[in-house]
Design a protein around this ligand. Structure first.
Ligand SMILES: Cc1ncc(COP(=O)(O)O)c(C=O)c1O
Length: 388
């Protein structure tokens, strides 16, 4: 029995999503821009999917722009808003050090082109302090981009307060909700943001499809120019299998959001408690209360995270050392580093992210394995490993 505890990296496609995608490829193959019957049938399906995605985040369908995933949605939000605001002279951008690479590297690219950027300081809670944002804002700040839920530690930022603070100074507010949409309620109006990114493969939809929600009236330059798709905001014939799959995934996620969140929180807490009590020198990273229900990130003192990941994989358990992009390298987690954790803790932390197929039996099996696996790694490493 293999146990998958890496749902923040990606989720398996729900069978109903697969049906919708197969149908899109085999039956409703028309181009939604075509005037004839085939085109109009596809257009009707596209509208349905847009409506379902909008419902998941409390938005109007016309405010949804489909993208090739979370990365493109983040790029579109940040580059699009920055460039639209360039003529106003606002050339300052704010984010945090715990963002996904899709945000951090976009900021770096804009910094190379002359934008000034600020990374907000962070403490070990992994939560942005509203005062830190207040201090960093200037009258030249064009955009603030702060994520809703963090992919590595699961912490949820006080986005509504942060967005209100940014708006007081006239800055546009973007949030990357890739790790919160489908896991906790996300309501664009309650959050009070201007731009919000989501990605289907984090909630049992396909990879390579996502969306940017754009509050009506927010000025954004498109990344892709061409035809008038997506109201001229994102050119290119629509990825219909992806979009229709995302629509079904969004509807399923919305329906089971509350119950599944409660179920996963119980399982996650059970795993966490068992690890903390049966494996010595373990500690949970990030504020435990303000987290998405499926995620825990735990430091195992005197254990290389990669060795633990591989040992668990050999025992049939899939976990992660952090974001999928940086796993497979010995790079310490940039998120834990930004939180100011000591170097050894940035290199001995494992992320467990739970999802639909996980059961109590699986959780107990993983928790049962860990004391032996960790003990073995600690004794093999002996005196050569980093210690606190
Ligand atoms: C917080 C966050 N933002 C953005 C992305 C990128 O999304 P995608 O894989 O759809 O490009 C991810 C994916 O891991 C993520 O976790």
């Amino acid at each position: 029995m293999r146990i998958y505890l890496d749902h923040n990296a990606t989720t398996p496609v729900d069978p109903l999503v697969l049906d919708a995608m197969t149908h899109a490829l085999a039956e409703d193959f028309g181009n939604p821009s075509s005037v004839h019957h085939f085109g109009q049938r596809a257009k009707a399906r596209l509208d349905e999917a847009r409506g379902a995605v909008a419902s998941l985040i409390g938005a109007e369908p016309s405010e949804i722009v489909f993208t090739s995933g979370g990365t493109e949605a983040d790029n579109f939000a940040i580059r699009g808003a920055a460039e639209a605001l360039e003529p106003t002279g606002r050339r300052h951008l704010i984010t945090s050090g715990i963002e996904h690479e899709a945000v951090i590297n976009t900021f770096k690219a804009l910094a190379r082109r002359g934008w000034s950027t600020t990374l907000l300081p962070m403490d070990a809670t992994g939560i942005v302090a509203p005062d830190a944002l207040r201090d960093a804002l200037t009258d030249n700040t064009a955009l603030v981009s702060l994520m809703h839920a963090n992919n590595e530690i699961g912490t949820v930022q006080p986005v509504a307060s942060l967005a209100a603070i940014a708006h007081e100074r006239g800055a546009v507010f973007h949030t990357d909700a890739v790790q919160s949409a489908g896991k906790i309620p996300v309501d664009v109006r309650a959050l009070g943001v201007d731009l919000l990114s989501i990605s289907a493969h984090k909630f049992y939809g396909p990879k390579g499809i996502g969306a940017l929600w754009i509050r009506r009236g927010t000025r954004l330059l498109p990344l892709l120019t061409g035809g008038r798709h997506e109201r001229s905001r994102r050119a290119g014939t629509e990825n219909m299998p992806g979009i229709l799959g995302m629509g079904v995934a969004a509807e399923l996620a919305r329906k089971k959001l509350v119950d599944e969140g409660i179920r996963l929180a119980v399982l996650r807490d059970r795993l966490e408690q068992q690890i903390l009590t049966t494996v010595g020198r373990t500690v949970v990273n990030g504020a435990p209360e303000q987290r998405v229900p499926n995620t825990t990130n735990i430091s195992f003192d005197r254990v290389e995270a990669e060795s633990l990941l591989i040992a668990l994989d050999l025992d049939g358990v899939a976990v992660s050392t952090g974001s999928a992009c940086s796993s497979g390298t010995l790079e310490p987690s940039h998120v834990l580093r930004a939180m100011g954790l000591p170097v050894h803790r940035t290199q001995n932390s494992i992320r467990f992210s739970l999802g639909a197929a996980n059961t109590e039996e699986q959780i107990d099996r993983v928790a049962g394995l860990l004391p032996r696996v960790v003990e073995k790694l600690r004794s093999l490493a002996g005196a050569s490993v980093r210690t606190s």
